[in-house]
Design a protein around this ligand. Structure first.
Ligand SMILES: C[S@@+](CC[C@H](N)C(=O)[O-])C[C@H]1O[C@@H](n2cnc3c(N)ncnc32)[C@H](O)[C@@H]1O
Length: 298
């Protein structure tokens, strides 16, 4: 059969758009693909964001590794298939309740994970990678993807969570957590089985991923972890943040990084970080990632 003429198809689709009363816009998506989006559709309303997202991909010559990780980010954040545009913008910045996504942390904080992981790998800083507070697993799935993409087989990703949500606030021991009732929010109760299934969806559930199930105070002090190269803490509360830092910071290799996801959005978390740093005389500058995430180098 004769193949349709591409130029003719483009002209016809443009005319069809005009007839339908919609303006058609060309949106580059990836280096090779181009498609048209009616501006008055939900996808059209997403156009500036798609373009922003697209800029990340088209502004440079991407390697296969970068292409894989870009696709992972989009899939983990649920940015690929059409969504409500309001939700879409909140998704990109990690300000919503996740929708269908597997991570709450948004594009910049995912980029930050790749940046810091690649940095410690390049500088041969020894140790594994961990997230304390994993929810549906998205950030840790991304960590495993970074290792996979770089062909690293001798480092592990640790996934620490209760897998049943946050603990009730212990206001006596941790007054900063007063009034935090995140334990009542069922959103955060994601089972270990569900998280493992999420890893498996991406072909990333293997022996390089280890799960620490239970409350941090029970699992982290004696976790069978030797050294860490990146410690990511995403646990919202004072108690949980402090427990993660107390148990895991000593295992962080010099030159490695600690990332605090909730530094900007929960005062209780920021206070735990400040108290911990003060107690241990940590003066390394805290670097902001986005509206809430921050990190420093040990
Ligand atoms: C905001 S969610 C983490 C989001 C996740 N990092 C992502 O990529 O979307 C916070 C998680 O921390 C866990 N968590 C908080 N405090 C904890 C504690 N003390 N012990 C165990 N898990 C805890 C909760 O179960 C929840 O899954």
């Amino acid at each position: 059969m004769k193949r349709p003429n591409l130029a003719l198809l483009i002209v016809l689709s443009f005319l069809a758009g005009l007839l339908a009363g919609t303006r058609l816009e060309k949106v580059a998506f990836g280096k090779a693909n181009r498609y048209t989006v009616p501006l008055d559709s939900a996808a059209g309303a997403m156009r500036p964001l798609l373009r922003q997202q697209n800029k990340l991909s088209v502004s440079k010559n991407l390697t296969p590794v970068e292409l894989y990780l870009d696709l992972m980010k989009s899939a983990l954040m649920d940015l690929i298939y059409e969504n409500n545009p309001t939700v879409f913008s909140l998704r990109v910045s990690g300000r919503d309740r996740g929708g269908r996504g597997l991570t709450l942390i948004g594009m910049k904080r995912l980029d930050n994970i790749a940046l810091l992981m690649n940095d410690v790998l390049q500088r041969h800083i020894p140790g594994d990678f961990i997230e304390a507070g994993a929810w549906r697993g998205g950030a840790t799935i991304f960590m495993r993807a970074v290792l996979k993409a770089q062909g690293i087989t001798d480092r592990r990703v640790w996934v620490a969570d209760s897998f049943e949500g946050l603990p009730p606030p212990d206001e006596k021991a941790y007054p900063a957590d007063k009034g935090m009732a995140l334990n009542k929010d069922n959103l955060f109760a994601v089972s270990l089985q569900d998280v493992q299934d999420n890893f498996a969806r991406f072909g990333l559930l293997d022996a390089q991923v280890r799960f620490l199930k239970g409350w941090f105070k029970d699992t982290l002090p004696n976790a069978p972890i030797d050294k860490l190269a990146v410690l990511r803490v995403d646990a919202d509360m004072y108690e949980s943040t402090m427990e993660a830092l107390v148990s895991l910071y000593p295992k962080l290799s010099p030159g490695g990084y600690v990332i605090i996801d909730d530094f900007g959005c929960f005062e209780a978390c920021a206070k735990a970080v400040k108290d911990f740093r003060e107690k241990h005389g940590i003066r390394a500058p805290i670097i902001s990632i986005d509206w809430t995430g921050a990190y420093w180098q040990k």
